[in-house]
Design a protein around this ligand. Structure first.
Ligand code: NAD
Length: 296
């Protein structure tokens, strides 16, 4: 068997088109343009690349992008004061603080200072609680994008066995909550799980969010299972730096029914879902109908 490739790049382009069409209508009919503020503290090279890409895609779908680049030595008080200003600014519908923050800043404190209605990353404790209790929340972008691809590929997820490998607050835990919300039977596996290959072999859906290059191999995969590879790992191969996922692509693709590649799978969906969340936040703030198919 050779797995169907789930093309995250094409899927993300479709999401961006939907967002752009809805933004155009909002602007034409109501004179409202969604605005996303991204806050970057320090000069982490990977974060700078992400922030640039977020800003560019925000403008491309017709939204306003506000970038706040702060010095690495910025005090917590100054960062909290900026967040308070953005919370109060009616032109800003989404606020994202790029993580990781420099060590002297308390990330939990900073994230929880964001107005939950503008928390487009879905990391605020209120949104975590809303998601966990099945209420309308802002949903973290990477798990949301993974869910959209699963729904698109499989239709109903009800009753399927899902194994999420990884229990981080930004991917593993919210992913498990979303799958539970779609009536999967969910197992969360992690670094202390006993006989991980046997646990993964039970799954109709495998979501790997570990950060270990090519850890999941084809002999762990049940034939026909759907594999969502969230991992992004840079490794040296044949003298070149290449990106690989947490799944060993060739051996998993030989067994799975469908699989997301790395790059070009989950990665592009993350920013597309950030734009979708910003649009959703804008619609909610203005009491307007939310776009269909762009939320959990
Ligand atoms: P994390 O380090 O916060 O969490 C990793 C999780 O993996 C932990 O819960 C840990 O228990 C588990 N783990 C570690 N070693 C394990 C092992 N040997 N067996 C089983 N479980 C193990 O990482 P994260 O932030 O959740 O990110 C995970 C991966 O996803 C990384 O490669 C990251 O780069 C990638 N990521 C991609 C996107 C995207 O847009 N595609 C977004 C976020 C994260």
């Amino acid at each position: 068997m050779s797995a169907q490739v789930i093309d995250g790049k094409a899927f993300a382009a479709g999401i961006r088109d939907k967002v752009a069409a809805h933004v155009a209508r909002l602007t034409a009919d109501h004179g409202i343009t969604p605005g996303l503020a991204v806050v970057l503290v320090g000069e982490d090279p990977a974060s700078q690349v992400y922030v640039r890409s977020k800003g560019k895609q925000t403008v491309e779908v017709g939204m306003n992008s506000y970038e706040h680049k702060l010095d690495a030595a910025t005090s917590e008080a100054d960062l909290l004061a900026l967040i308070a200003r953005l919370n109060a600014d009616p032109a800003v519908h989404g606020i994202l603080v790029q993580l990781p923050l420099p060590k002297h800043l308390d990330a939990d404190l900073v994230i929880n200072a964001i107005d939950p209605a503008k928390d487009v990353d879905g990391f605020h404790i209120s949104n975590v609680g809303l998601l966990g209790t099945g209420q309308k929340a802002m949903v973290p972008c990477t798990p949301l994008g993974s869910l959209m691809m699963l729904r698109d590929h499989l239709g109903s997820l009800s009753g399927l066995d899902a194994v999420v490998i990884g229990r981080s607050n930004i991917v593993g835990k919210p992913m498990a909550q979303l799958l539970l919300g779609d009536s999967c039977t969910v197992t969360i596996a992690h670094s202390r799980t006993k006989d991980l290959p046997a646990v993964v072999r039970r799954a109709d859906i495998v979501v790997a969010a570990v950060g270990r290059p090519e850890m999941v191999t084809g002999d762990w995969i049940r034939p026909g299972a759907t594999v969502i590879d969230v991992g992004i790992n840079r490794i040296e191969r044949d003298g070149k730096t290449v990106l690989v996922g947490d799944c060993h692509y060739d051996s998993c693709a030989a067994v799975a029914g469908a699989i997301t590649p790395v790059p070009g799978g989950v990665g592009p969906m993350t920013i597309a879902c950030l734009l979708a969340n910003t649009l959703t936040a804008c619609c909610r703030a203005n009491g307007l109908a939310e776009p269909e198919g762009l939320t959990a």
